[in-house]
Design a protein around this ligand. Structure first.
Ligand code: FES
Length: 207
């Protein structure tokens, strides 16, 4: 969620709390049926958000496309340059070509390395040397879009956390509290395919 949206939401939440504190009698006398309806509506809303295919997290079997590719062409391992800057991407439902770009938390970064240079666990999640991680920094949610070519490390431009993509996006420096969650991949019919969901929840500390 963008900081402005979060601020608006927080403000609305505070207004709501203040409003509730000022009118306890009104709350206490709220009709029980009405309360049940409100609760059901909230639950339904949350359910719809989680089920929205555009915003839901990448799923096993999804294809992967380059960010901004209007043609929605599924990526192959050879589309990802060796030991080079990250490629930003989205997952796409192969059945109806729905691109899961409704949440910025779904954006991926892809990199390709010599598989023999990957740490064992990272290698087990790679497809012909291609690894995928969330592009969202685990510190306060900036996009990890810097690449340190000599060191072959990812870097976050906001507070300079550094991650090693060859070793599970391990944090080497900076305030990021944890690794970038990985998205395990495989190759099917020559295309990159999501093998399993993210290895950990995608998200960040509150700024
Ligand atoms: S948001 Fe990435 S280091 Fe702070």
């Amino acid at each position: 969620m963008r900081s402005a949206e979060r601020a608006t939401q927080d403000t609305n939440t505070r207004k709501s709390v203040v409003s509730e504190r000022r009118a306890p009698d009104k709350l206490h006398h709220m009709d029980a049926d009405r309360r049940r309806l409100l609760t059901a509506g909230l639950a339904l809303g949350l359910g719809l958000a989680q089920d929205d295919p555009v915003s839901s997290r990448p799923r096993a079997g999804d294809l992967v496309i380059r960010s901004g590719d209007a043609s929605r062409t599924p990526l192959s391992p050879d589309d990802i340059p060796f030991a080079s800057m990250q490629t930003l991407a989205w997952a796409m439902d192969p059945a109806d070509r729905t691109v899961r770009s409704g949440s910025r938390l779904n954006q991926l970064l892809l990199l390709r390395f010599d598989a023999t240079k990957l740490a064992p666990e990272t290698r087990s999640r790679a497809a012909e040397g291609v690894v995928a991680y969330t592009s969202i920094c685990t510190h306060t949610g900036c996009e990890v879009d810097d690449w340190m070519a000599n060191e072959q490390l990812l870097s976050c431009p906001c507070h300079f956390s550094m991650f090693d993509p060859k070793d599970g996006a391990r944090v080497l420096d900076g305030p990021a509290p944890r690794v970038l969650p990985a998205l395990p991949l495989k190759v099917v019919d020559g295309k990159l395919v999501v093998a399993r969901p993210f290895t950990a929840p995608v998200g960040f500390e509150k700024g």
